[in-house]
Design a protein around this ligand. Structure first.
Ligand code: PLP
Length: 356
């Protein structure tokens, strides 16, 4: 096989050609600092604001978009910046869990399907910040964010939604007080994320300096990255229905081809571009090295390579052995049915050899 098959869309996505074209002038002739007062600076600032509006178009009304260097930074800004006691579910991304642990917050259990009950703090009735992701990066579970937000607000708390895996793929429900997103998961460039903040929510900055981004994130913005994010968001908005239909067809084919495997997490409440499956007795490390031309993951990109079983699979009740015999296949806009077929044939043949 001359070309590898990319099935790791939760880790990152290919840059859309349209996004590359939109970014290019801002990496070449239009190199200006968007915070400069001259004509070039004003043009760059206008491009940044146009991009901000394109990103905001996929987010609820009544808030502002603060550009950051990544979703990890956006999550840190939200948790550290609001200064409230914090709580999260055990199935959250490390960017949330590590921040919660750093501040001595609470980490609560999830059900076997990966769904969080709307209950925020363990004892209830405490005001603070609750973190719940929209779509899980490892098992694709979609959380009922609007319902969770209502219960969080009834308790006098705020909701931070890590929408990194849902933004641009499914519509973002209204309800959260803050939303963290990342460009590189929606066919945009790496190195830029954003925090959406509902009007009236007060935050202290993480970074101090020139006072950019309304004083919340000092540092010169990259117009190229902002334009790339905006253009990826606009493309996602135009293509969302078509992308969803395509992903659903890929899911149907993949689940037909991996019948010997068990799906991890909820099937009903799931983003279908994520197929996390396990097969008893499979050594995933060996499987990956025998299928080098298929680029897939043994869990989250951060956890793979550590040798530790995925904390999300453990959180939904899988044993260490089951978690270690699980693989994550992530597909999307540019994946073809033919690639799914070929990847399934290579992975299944390698699995059969192991079990023979
Ligand atoms: N949250 C989730 C659910 C993710 O999948 C990721 C990336 O893997 C992040 C947060 C962190 O995003 P970034 O790479 O922009 O820091």
């Amino acid at each position: 096989m001359s070309k590898s098959i990319y099935l790791d869309y939760q880790a990152t996505t290919p840059l859309a050609p349209e996004v590359f074209v939109a970014m290019e002038p801002w990496l070449k002739d239009n190199f200006w600092n968007p915070h400069s007062a001259h004509n070039g600076g004003r043009k760059a600032a206008a491009a940044v604001e146009a991009a901000r509006a394109q990103v905001a178009a996929l987010l609820p009304p009544g808030g502002r978009v603060i550009f950051t260097g990544s979703a990890t930074e956006a999550i840190n800004l939200a948790i550290k910046g609001c200064g409230l006691p914090v709580s999260a579910r055990a199935s959250e991304h490390a960017a949330v869990l590590d921040c919660v642990e750093y501040f001595g917050g609470e980490v609560l259990a999830v059900g076997n399907d990966g769904l969080a009950s709307p209950l925020p703090f363990a004892e209830g009735g405490r005001e603070g910040l609750i973190c719940t992701m929209l779509v899980n990066n490892e098992i694709g579970t979609i959380q009922p964010i609007a319902k969770i937000a209502a219960s969080v607000h009834a308790d006098g708390s705020l909701l931070l939604c890590d929408a990194v895996q849902g933004f641009g793929r499914i519509s973002i429900p209204d309800g959260p007080d803050m939303i963290a997103i990342s460009a590189h998961k929606i066919h945009g460039p790496k190195g830029i994320g954003a925090l959406w903040v509902r009007d009236g929510v007060e935050l202290a900055p993480l970074l101090h300096g020139g006072g950019q981004e309304q004083g919340l994130r000092s540092g010169t913005l990259s117009p190229a990255l902002c334009v790339g994010f905006g253009s990826a968001a606009a493309l996602a908005e135009r293509q969302m229905a078509q992308d969803a239909k395509h992903v659903s067809r890929l899911w149907d084919r993949a689940t037909e081809l991996f019948v010997e495997w068990t799906v991890n997490g909820s099937i009903a409440h799931r983003y279908k571009g994520n197929l996390n499956i396990r097969r008893d007795g499979i050594d995933v490390g060996r499987l990956m090295s025998e299928c080098r031309d298929v680029l897939f993951s043994a869990g989250s990109a951060c956890a793979s390579g550590s040798g530790r079983p995925s904390h999300v699979l453990r959180a939904i009740g899988l044993s260490d052995a089951q978690a270690k015999s699980s693989i994550r296949l992530g597909f999307g806009r540019y994946t073809t049915l033919e690639e799914i077929g070929l990847a399934a044939s290579l992975i299944n043949k390698a699995a059969e050899r192991q079990l023979a």
